[in-house]
Design a binder for this molecule. Structure first.
Ligand SMILES: *Cc1c(COP(=O)(O)O)cnc(C)c1O
Length: 336
């Protein structure tokens, strides 16, 4: 099977499987797991932050950060098309008990004047603005310039509001920008990133921030049911994800660009080239029945997702080769 649905579908590598088999573990709720500790301190160093925390998923990490930064009833400013807004099941209302204020966004970029206007003044009627969230790389496939992150961060600092970065694909963003991840992370007080997307770990995300923030987050992690026991098995894979799998993200990005150029040759396909910064290709396709196409592709051994917001999305990852892409294109020539 060729799976183009996401980069979450990746299989752990042989090296990860071996590392998991031999990992030294302990009860992490008792702070007894040396492999988790190693991962957390490795990640804190890598992002140039004080501390880090292993969490089960990216959604968990984002929602944990929202809860840790805010109090109930606070307002959190998020992009209208952000993952926190659109793809986390309304969790912020349930867990942190905050209200989300959606801001117009283009690949995570906000109009800075609009952003500043959205920050609440002190008034007995108003909620407090408790947090501003950024997303980088953005789920729409684009990466915003660091200067824009700085502008958002400057506004937040001016008003003394913390910034959370949903960096599920932080390493893809840093790869696309050609900078160290710490250069991206520095514009946020807290960061979440996934080990289990393009980096191929089977499970896990990291939350990163100051010592005191992580200490509070750790208690809320327990509240949310995320206090794990022998989690070092997962950390062992996570360490390999970070040490071995980061340099090859560029291959996914290059392959996505190749895929995009091949797709663009179809007369009924319109690739969205402005959002081709990482490993995701978005495109519009006319004259094709969605469900028939998906099942015909599946019959040929290719798994794809359906249309979202009028767009198709194909994602490259460690388990997708150039030959797989060529086969996909040849198959589509027959089918559409
Ligand atoms: C995937 C993703 C998440 C959530 O990660 P899960 O591990 O799937 O919960 C959060 N934000 C963005 C931008 C993502 O792409």
């Amino acid at each position: 099977m060729i799976d183009l649905r996401s980069d979450t579908v990746t299989q752990p590598t042989e090296e990860m499987r071996k590392a998991m088999m031999t990992a030294v573990v302990g009860d992490d709720v008792y702070d007894d797991d040396p492999t988790i500790r190693e991962l957390e301190s490795y990640v804190a160093d890598l992002l140039d932050k004080e501390a880090a925390l292993f969490v089960p998923s990216g959604t968990f990490g984002n929602q944990l950060c929202l809860m840790t930064h805010t109090k109930r009833g606070d307002e959190v400013i998020v992009g209208y098309d952000s993952h926190i807004m659109a793809h986390e099941v309304g969790a912020s209302a349930v867990i942190a008990g905050v209200q989300l204020r959606q801001i117009e966004s283009q690949g995570g970029r906000f109009n800075i004047e609009t952003l500043e206007g959205y920050i609440r003044e002190e008034d007995i009627h108003y909620p407090d603005t408790g947090l501003i969230c950024m997303e980088q790389a953005h789920g729409d496939g684009s990466v915003m310039p660091l200067e824009h992150m700085k502008k958002i961060s400057d506004v937040a600092k001016k008003h003394n509001i913390p910034v959370h970065l949903d960096g599920a694909r932080l390493f893809n963003a840093a790869t696309a920008l050609g900078v160290e991840v710490s250069e991206v992370a520095k514009y946020a007080d807290s960061v979440t990133f996934c080990l289990s997307k393009g980096l191929c770990a089977p499970i896990g995300s990291m939350v990163v921030g100051t010592e005191s923030f992580i200490k509070r987050a750790k208690k809320y992690r327990k509240l949310m049911g995320g206090g794990l026991r022998q989690a070092g098995f997962l950390a062992a894979a996570g360490l390999i994800a970070l040490k071995e799998m980061v340099p090859r993200l560029k291959e996914d990005h290059d392959l996505a660009k190749y895929l995009a150029s091949e797709l663009d040759k179809f007369s009924n396909i319109d690739v969205i080239k402005e959002r081709l910064d990482i490993n995701m290709v978005f495109f519009k396709m006319t004259g094709v029945d969605e469900y028939k196409f998906i099942s015909a592709m599946l019959q040929k051994g290719i798994k794809i997702n359906g249309i979202e917001d009028g767009e198709w999305r194909f994602v490259t990852n460690n388990d997708v080769s150039k030959e797989n892409i060529d086969y996909t294109i040849e198959t589509m020539k027959v089918l559409i």
